[in-house]
Design a protein around this ligand. Structure first.
Ligand code: NOJ
Length: 768
């Protein structure tokens, strides 16, 4: 397995031809692997294998290791924050002295070319062995040019776009002295109360895995020593998204089946794409905090998957094992973590304070420490830091490559693609008819900061285009925009209602910007209510009484529940926190310059009481029957979500034919192809995301009612039709069977094809 992975990483597998649907196809993977093997065999005969794993570095690493003291080795396993701490207390002061003493191997939260050059000089010129530092930072959805929050970007279902935004983030970060991003977050998340839901790809395993690969590829590029790439970090390993009650840092309790079926696949996909580092999660898994879990960090990551990069903890998560109650003190916690397989301690100083002593006492084998250091040094070599430790710290490059026009254009394009049209009663949108006067209402309408979203790196509010600025630019100076805040985001403040209603009365159309502030999602930002905060919804309902065309633009980092609004004759556009160019991107959609194409990467509940609610559900023994009280349902709420996973409207209509299948029975060596013809029957060109869901009708264990197994993003001119074909093979039909072996089971399958996860048309086939 290990050999295969390295080989896969170091070559460019053939790309699927354009228009090939994205499929979890084992066949394609095999085909690529065989080709890749062939290519590498030829290559490796002549030159060292390119890419991040370069066996030629191993000899250098070994000779370096032989020169290092135990203290210096532990230094390589230590990551401290610079003075620019963002997520918690800085445990140690005087880190510059630690760098000079060779007691730190990596620094995070330090950025900009000159600052990092200064720190690097301390490591390279003032320590005994001159081992360069790695600089890390949370570059999550952009460094200075900010893209939509990852959940929003996932709504584009555009893997090239996700790769592109990660690539731009990498170019900017690497030009600001950085080598390493703590991204992508690949945690599957199904609880909108959890603030960090904004940082991932939503609820689905397949879409989440595809996004994980695209983002890793975008950050890391083809060659890590290229100073326009950074190493990626798949986080938080593992199951952080399953925090009970959606409360951040809370306990996780998942079975091994759920862990492997739901939470691990995106992490493994990240490895398939060559991810260089993993970050442990704060939570426990089966009673063991992830930073002390040998099962996760060694048995799964190293032994099953063959990972060769390094594992970093999350912020002070070794120390937190004391509070978890599995370690008596920090020394105990350090031992647990290093034995489990942690290579680098983020900020906790547990290794820094105790590892030398633990090794000297014979409590921790020197070989484990050597391995950890080897894993870290391998990355420093791969980044080219031993050739030129300053190559990422070049002021000229920094000026040239950050916040460029090209990057901003990409941010606008990707933001447009991420937005989801949820409702468009009476075709209110696009606002093509002549508007002389527009009422722009809402506490988020003129906010630049709230475009950014949480985890916005070096993004600046003053760089951002607010909705007000974007709309004014699109409408031109001839159209008057009467802006009224109306209320605040979260308070019960109705003092601005009258002015807002007065402005709306005089206008031809009303646009209301509502939702959450940027800081209401992200780390430590869980909410027990997922309604639109404050009295914003009440204001919208008052404005709707005027009977004018009314568009609600929602800004949020999590699904919100607003069933009261969906009953109004209004339009609703989900804009997420759209990034630097948000205002322009929204205006492009409202004015019809771009036909919305996003689809929800997560279910929107009707109320908080339905949580957890996701499309990938089990049937239960008593599926909901409205006529039978004793079936699985609520007394006071429907089982149906407000909007299902995969849902999103367009300004045009897409008609689906009945799906067809090329055969009704297959064996394990065969595949089926399922086709559907999609026609743009409206007046405007548009992009449709065609989705395929599978249901295994009878299994040795219960199976979800449907699972996404493929999608295709197609562009159609008015009147144009296209046949979309999906291929399913044995791997697509496989799952963790009752004995936990991974494979398929003979029997009947159903494949639904349609515009979202509630698609009703299907074909059936049998595996025999
Ligand atoms: C804590 C967060 O959980 C993690 O995602 C982040 O990368 C680190 N802090 C560093 O900022």
């Amino acid at each position: 397995m290990k050999e295969q992975r390295q080989t896969m990483l170091n070559t460019n597998p053939p790309q699927s031809p354009p228009g090939t649907p994205i499929l979890a196809s084992g066949f394609i993977r095999w085909y690529q692997m065989i080709l890749a093997l062939a290519i590498t065999t030829t290559l490796s005969a002549q030159s060292p294998i390119p890419g991040w794993y370069n066996p030629a570095h191993d000899a250098k690493i070994d000779s370096l290791l032989s020169l290092m003291t135990l203290e210096e080795k532990v230094g390589q396993m230590t990551l401290f924050t610079s003075d620019w701490a963002v997520t918690g207390p800085t445990l140690r002061e005087g880190y510059q002295d630690d760098i000079k003493a060779g007691k730190v191997g990596a620094i995070f939260n330090a950025h900009t070319a000159d600052y990092n050059r200064k720190l690097q000089r301390m490591a390279v010129e003032e320590t005994r062995l001159g081992i360069p530092l790695i600089f890390g930072y949370d570059v999550i959805h952009g460094y200075r040019t900010i893209f939509p929050v990852p959940l929003g970007e996932t709504a584009s279902w555009n893997l090239e776009a996700a790769e592109e935004s990660a690539r731009i983030a990498a170019i900017e970060a690497a030009s600001a002295g950085l080598h390493w991003t703590f991204a992508p977050m690949v945690d599957i998340a199904r609880d909108p109360r959890w603030g960090r839901i904004m940082e991932g790809a939503g609820e689905d395993v397949f879409l989440g895995s595809e996004m994980a690969k695209a983002r890793v590829k975008g950050f890391q590029g083809e060659d890590l020593s290229d100073p326009f790439t950074v190493i990626a970090c798949a986080k938080h390993f593992a199951a952080y998204g399953a925090a009970q009650a959606g409360r951040d840092y809370h306990t996780v309790d998942v079975s091994d089946r759920v862990l492997r079926e739901i939470y691990l696949p995106p992490f493994e996909a990240a490895l398939d794409a060559g991810v260089c580092t993993y970050m442990t999660s704060f939570n426990e898994v089966d009673g063991v905090p992830a930073s002390g879990s040998h099962y996760l960090l060694t048995e799964i990551l190293r032994e099953e998957w063959g990972f060769d990069g390094f594992v970093v903890t999350d912020y002070t998560s070794i120390n937190e094992m004391i509070d978890h109650g599995v370690a008596a003190d920090l020394k105990d916690a350090a031992q647990l973590a290093v034995e489990a397989g942690v290579d680098m301690d983020m900020q906790g100083a547990a290794f820094y304070d105790h590892l030398v002593e633990l090794a000297n006492e014979g409590e921790v084998p020197h070989s484990r420490i050597d391995n950890a250091v080897r894993n870290v040094l391998r990355m420093k070599f791969a980044l080219g830091l031993f050739d030129d430790p300053y190559k990422y710290s070049n002021e000229a490059r920094q000026t040239e490559n950050i916040f460029t026009t090209e990057h901003r254009e990409a941010a606008r394009r990707i933001a447009r693609e991420s937005m989801v049209l949820l409702q468009n009663e009476n075709d209110i949108l696009p606002l093509l008819s002549k508007i002389n006067r527009l009422a722009l209402i809402g506490p988020l309408a003129d906010s630049q900061a709230d475009m950014l979203g949480a985890w916005h790196g070096a993004g600046r509010a003053e760089d951002c285009v607010s909705l007000r600025t974007g709309l004014q630019a699109a409408l031109g100076s001839g159209v008057e925009i009467d802006y009224q805040q109306g209320t605040t985001v979260a308070e019960e403040d109705r003092s601005g209602f009258d002015a807002a209603i007065k402005a709306a009365r005089k206008a031809d159309a009303i646009v209301v910007a509502a939702g959450e502030n940027w800081w209401m999602s992200g780390e430590a930002a869980s909410r027990t209510s997922i309604e639109i905060p404050g009295v914003q919804s009440e204001l919208i309902q008052e404005l709707a009484k005027l009977g004018k065309p009314l568009v609600v633009v929602l800004f949020n980092g999590r699904p919100l529940a607003f069933p009261e609004l969906t009953e109004l004759p209004i339009a609703i556009l989900e804009a997420w926190h759209p990034g630097t160019e948000g205002g322009h991107a929204i205006a492009d959609i409202l004015m019809g310059k771009y036909n919305p194409s996003g689809k929800l990467p997560i279910t929107f509940p009707r109320s908080v009481g339905q949580i957890p609610i996701f499309y990938y559900a089990k049937n239960t023994g008593r599926p909901m029957d409205p006529k039978d009280k004793y079936t699985s349902k609520y007394l006071d709420e429907s089982n149906a979500p407000l909007y299902p996973f995969g849902y999103g409207l367009s300004y045009t209509n897409f008609d689906y034919s009945e799906p067809t299948i090329n055969r009704s029975t297959i064996n394990r060596n065969q595949s089926v192809t399922i086709s559907v013809e999609v026609t743009n029957s409206g007046q405007m060109a548009g992009t449709e995301i065609v989705q395929l869901y599978l249901q295994d009708m009878v299994g040795s264990v219960t199976r979800p009612v449907r699972e996404l197994k493929g999608f295709d993003r197609i562009e159609l001119a008015p009147g144009q039709s296209q046949t979309v074909t999906f291929t399913l093979d044995n791997e697509d039909l496989s799952f963790y069977r009752r004995d936990m072996s991974f494979g398929s089971e003979l029997g009947q399958f159903r494949a639904y094809v349609g515009p979202h996860s509630d698609a009703t048309t299907f074909v059936e086939f049998k595996l025999q």
